[in-house]
Design a protein around this ligand. Structure first.
Ligand SMILES: NC(=[NH2+])NCCC[C@H](N)C(=O)O
Length: 436
């Protein structure tokens, strides 16, 4: 079963243990969320099962919506369900974004604010916006979540509100969107990322994904399950373009070290603000800023570099020469104590992780053609579910073999359709709870 309906999250027991503490019995709740590692045993993850939003893709809009092809939706759903089942079979609890969103939409005030924010992001005229809002307010929370995710065309809007005197409506084709679909939502890694007991709500680089973090923020600010969560970025009006940051660029290496890519999607300015906030709010004092080429095929750091074991990373060799890396160290107040460029990636990671050595396992096993093919199909985008145990797409035959030859346990999932959106198992999952 992939879909647990509206009860999910409410019924994830926040287990209450009664523990003895100096003779006194106190309650301790099991943590609902905490991430201080890239590879510690994965316990809970947020996913989004791709839905009707993918049926909106056409050859004309796919580029703007950040896709390279038109997906066979049913097949993508089957692949995604198999991915979720594999995680469950390995002891990971799966929480669905859509359900959490539907739960916060039960509250009428929140429904109204979400609709105001959604409509304000599109240039609609006021009477049209108001007419739409009136209708959408009457949707069930679950239906409203679906419409907000799958978008609304002019034809659908007209069917909903009836005739409306509006220039905006008149100029649009029937199939044009009044608000856009969110087909990239199944890449859950990007709009939000947990670091310890905090979350970065991303500022997305492209218009096509800007409503994803907006809806995530409503969940984090209102869902009782996320009570006491610290918001690290994205909750004030200055955390906005051009201070972009996307979750695919963030690697939580330990409870004191985070690596962030400077990429097509994340700017150095945002990285520096984040460095200060991470030190002040969640006690992460070291930040490794990793500058990578700014192109679509390497859109995020996790497309060229992921951690597969406590001392091992997989890396796309095509960029290793181009990578530049800086270490930023902060004090508890968020003062920047030092900023140093390093010319040796291995040494930076070894030192930051307090290890004697780190291993780099090359995508494609040193063959440049296999490496480029596998990187494009997310062969470097591995999801660790335990130290030395990763989930990858089956299609990356060479890279999977090389990982195994290096002692990594590889669990494969089909990604023939899912991969056409340019994201792999890591992009599709957002860890909420991991062991250290
Ligand atoms: N963490 C990642 N690498 N995410 C991949 C996201 C792919 C998506 N189509 C986009 O362009 O935004």
């Amino acid at each position: 079963m992939w879909y647990n309906g509206d009860i999910e999250l409410n019924c994830i027991a926040l287990t209450v243990h009664l523990i003895e503490n100096g003779g006194e019995t106190v309650e301790e709740r099991e943590r609902a969320f905490y991430v201080a590692s890239e590879v510690g045993k994965l316990k809970r993850v947020m996913l989004h099962r791709p839905g009707r939003e993918l049926e909106r893709l056409t050859i004309d809009n796919k580029d703007e919506l950040l896709f390279d092809d038109i997906l066979w939706v049913e097949e993508a759903q089957k692949e995604h369900d198999a991915f979720a089942d594999l995680l469950r079979d390995n002891g990971v609890e799966v929480v669905y974004f859509r359900n959490s969103f539907a739960q916060v939409l039960r509250d009428e005030t929140i429904r109204s604010q979400v609709l105001d924010d959604t409509l304000a992001m599109e240039a609609l005229d006021v009477p049209l916006g108001q007419a739409l809002k009136r209708e959408l307010m009457d949707f069930t929370p679950s239906d409203l979540a679906d419409v907000l995710i799958s978008g609304l065309t002019k034809a659908e809007a007209v069917a909903l509100i009836g005739p409306c005197r509006s220039l905006v409506l008149d100029v649009l084709d029937p199939m044009a969107f009044l608000f856009r679909p969110l087909p990239n939502l199944y890449f859950q890694r990007d709009p939000h990322v947990f670091i310890k007991d905090g979350v970065i709500i991303s500022v997305m680089n492209f218009q096509a994904r800007r409503r994803e973090p907006l809806y995530a923020r409503y969940i984090y600010e209102n869902h009782p399950y996320f009570k006491d969560l610290k918001i690290l970025f994205g909750d004030n009006k200055n955390d906005a373009i051009p201070y972009n940051v996307e979750g695919g660029d963030v690697l939580v290496l330990s409870d004191d070290v985070v690596a962030i890519g400077i990429s097509q999607r994340t700017t150095a300015g945002a990285v520096q603000i984040l460095g200060r906030r991470l030190a002040q709010r969640v006690g992460v004092h070291t930040l490794l800023a990793v500058d990578i080429p700014k192109t679509r095929s390497y859109m995020h750091l996790d497309t060229v570099f992921t951690m597969v074991d406590r001392d091992a990373f997989t890396i796309f060799p095509g960029v290793s020469e181009a990578i530049r890396i800086w270490k930023l160290v902060y004090d508890d107040e968020g003062e920047l104590l030092s900023l140093t460029e390093s010319h040796d990636i291995g040494a930076s990671f070894r030192e930051a992780l307090h290890l004697d050595a780190v291993r780099f396992i090359e995508t494609g096993g040193g063959d440049p053609v296999a490496a480029a093919r596998d990187q494009w199909n997310d062969g470097t985008n591995t999801l660790s579910i335990a130290p030395g145990n990763v989930v990858t797409y089956r299609r990356n035959v060479v890279s999977n073999r090389v990982l195994r030859e290096n002692g990594i346990k590889v669990l494969e999932v089909r990604g023939a359709e899912l991969g056409r959106g340019r994201g792999g198992p890591r992009c599709m999952s957002m860890p909420l709870l991991r062991d250290h």
